[in-house]
Design a protein around this ligand. Structure first.
Ligand SMILES: Cc1cc2nc3c(=O)[nH]c(=O)nc-3n(C[C@H](O)[C@H](O)[C@H](O)COP(=O)(O)OP(=O)(O)OC[C@H]3O[C@@H](n4cnc5c(N)ncnc54)[C@H](O)[C@@H]3O)c2cc1C
Length: 479
């Protein structure tokens, strides 16, 4: 079977997947966006499709928190932003009638809180900051540093880097052997300049600059999805990101089975078998094909011992790294700070603090704290109550008065979130070689999900949806 290419997948989906002949019976494991879109396309073409979901809701990492907040406020625990270039999100929101709204991430008053002081990213503030920057950096603002160290390098690597269809050419390959940090240092960036630039790119993605592949990062930074290329038309899903998975779930109805964790997948020449728990007891169903959309961070709960998986697949399932992200939310009685939509990058364990409800009509607000990498792993080990108390201590330093106005809080630690156990893939040095192994079908078992994307920096809804379209084509070619 020939693997569909990235361009083919897009063309075929836009053309309505003409003449598709899916297998007779398919089991999809996981009702995140990848599983839901796979099932939706298959069901629409007469396939007998069953979705088994371990949790009690659709959406996985497309997860809107509506509790315990007052006044109907909500926040996003996972996916939040959609760019006009999120082709597959645009496709399905149109098709399912899900509305978009303007993103509130861009029109913020961004500043740093470093060494106990506020600092704006402009040239004058940097020049007088006393920070240990190089002579050249002291004359730049932060966007100027990004231009000097990131955009300049990305431009040198064009047209290969920004090619519509992702391919690691000989010119690009050496960048997959070095980390983001190494490449930035080689190009003259001081450690302090890297710290200042980090919120503009990987800090937001929970990356670890010393192990993340420079190539995966550069590809993302050269793309229209990058914050450094932010387009004022960035959007979010109106009413909460979970509206998209619920729209799919509405179409699939009783084809989705909640609280049915899959524990074993087996296959032989004739069929595949999926065992799941129903009220704690194992139950097995058979199918022509199985689509596994479980993130590799949580796949160890499934026994593939009799699924005839090759050694390289098992190895990558065991070793693929995921970023660590914790979000803590603090509801306060009213806006007690100066300015509209605050957004601070700090050198405290709470790396990023922002008003998560800038357009909320009522007096109440929710402050969102983001922790990434080792800081996130540390706080993840605390109870929810401890995380809230810890964040409150930190935020009080940046926004005095938080404690006085604080009403309630909650948190989501993605490393501890059942059935996900990570936020999104962290493409480490050498990731390029793993990509075809991750998405390769193994006999009757197919793999979809954010981590199986064609792009080295998978972590987004659009690539999860793209992986579903790719899998649907694969199933057609295999049957
Ligand atoms: C903090 C954070 C911020 C993000 N921000 C953005 C953003 O701004 N924009 C954007 O586009 N994307 C963003 N993303 C990424 C986006 O949310 C994901 O890429 C996408 O939702 C992944 O979809 P998926 O279907 O591949 O995986 P998931 O959503 O993880 O779905 C997998 C499903 O499988 C289920 N499952 C697991 N194990 C089993 C089992 N054994 N049996 C049955 N079911 C099982 C899980 O419960 C889950 O429902 C963010 C993610 C996070 C965590």
């Amino acid at each position: 079977m020939r693997e569909p290419t990235q361009a083919e997948v897009r063309r075929e989906l836009e053309g309505g997947l003409p003449g598709l002949r899916p297998p007779r019976r398919v089991v999809v494991v996981g009702a995140g966006l990848a599983g839901l879109a796979t099932a939706y396309e298959l069901a629409g073409r007469g396939c007998d499709v069953t979705v088994l979901e371990a949790s009690d809701r659709p959406g996985g990492r497309a997860y809107t928190l509506r509790q315990p907040f007052a006044d109907g406020m909500h926040v996003e625990a996972g996916a939040m932003t959609v760019t006009p270039h999120c082709h597959y999100v645009m496709h399905y929101t149109r098709e399912l009638g899900v509305e978009l709204d303007t993103a509130d991430l861009l029109d913020t008053e961004f500043a740093y809180y470093l060494r106990g002081r506020f600092l704006r990213p402009d040239r004058e503030s940097i020049a007088t900051s006393g920070l240990p920057l190089t002579e050249e950096e002291l004359h730049l603002d932060v966007p100027g540093m990004v231009k000097r160290y990131v955009t300049g390098l990305a431009d040198e690597l064009q047209p290969d880097l920004g090619a519509e269809e992702w391919r690691c050419t000989p010119r690009l390959a050496p960048y997959d052997q070095r980390s983001v940090y190494e490449v930035l240092r080689e190009h003259g960036a001081s450690p302090m300049a890297i710290d200042l630039m980090e919120p503009m790119f990987l800090e937001m993605r929970g990356g670890d600059l010393k192990s993340a592949s420079a190539l995966a990062w550069l590809r993302h930074e050269a793309s229209p999805h990058a914050l450094t290329n932010a387009d004022p038309r960035w959007s979010k899903i109106k009413g909460g990101t979970d509206r998209l998975p619920y729209a799919f779930a509405d179409r699939l109805r009783d084809r989705i089975h909640y609280r049915k964790p899959v524990v074993r997948v087996r296959q032989d020449a004739e069929s595949a078998e999926v065992t799941f728990l129903e009220h704690g007891s194992p139950r097995t169903i058979t199918a022509d094909r199985v689509v596994v959309t479980v993130p590799f961070s949580a796949i160890r709960h499934i026994d593939f011992g009799e699924a005839a998986l090759p050694a390289d697949k098992i190895e990558v399932m065991r070793t693929l790294k995921y970023s660590s992200i914790v979000r803590v939310y603090l509801q306060v009685r009213k806006r007690f700070w100066q300015g509209d939509a605050v957004s601070f990058s700090t050198d405290l364990p709470v790396r990023w603090l922002r008003d998560a409800t800038p357009h909320n009509d009522g007096p109440r607000k929710i402050l969102e704290c983001l922790l990434t990498g080792w800081r996130a792993r540390t706080i993840a080990a605390m109870t929810d109550e401890e995380r809230v108390a810890f964040a409150l201590d930190q935020v009080e330093q940046v926004l005095p008065g938080t404690r006085e106005h604080f009403e309630l809080g909650t948190s989501v630690a993605w490393d501890r979130q059942p059935h996900v156990e990570g936020s999104y893939i962290l493409p480490e040095v050498g990731h390029e070689k793993l990509m075809p192994i991750i998405r390769r079908p193994e006999g009757r078992v197919h793999f979809a999900g954010e981590h199986t994307g064609f792009e080295p920096n998978g972590g987004s809804m659009t690539f999860a949806l793209e992986s579903a379209a790719r899998t649907v084509l694969e199933l057609d070619r295999a049957s």
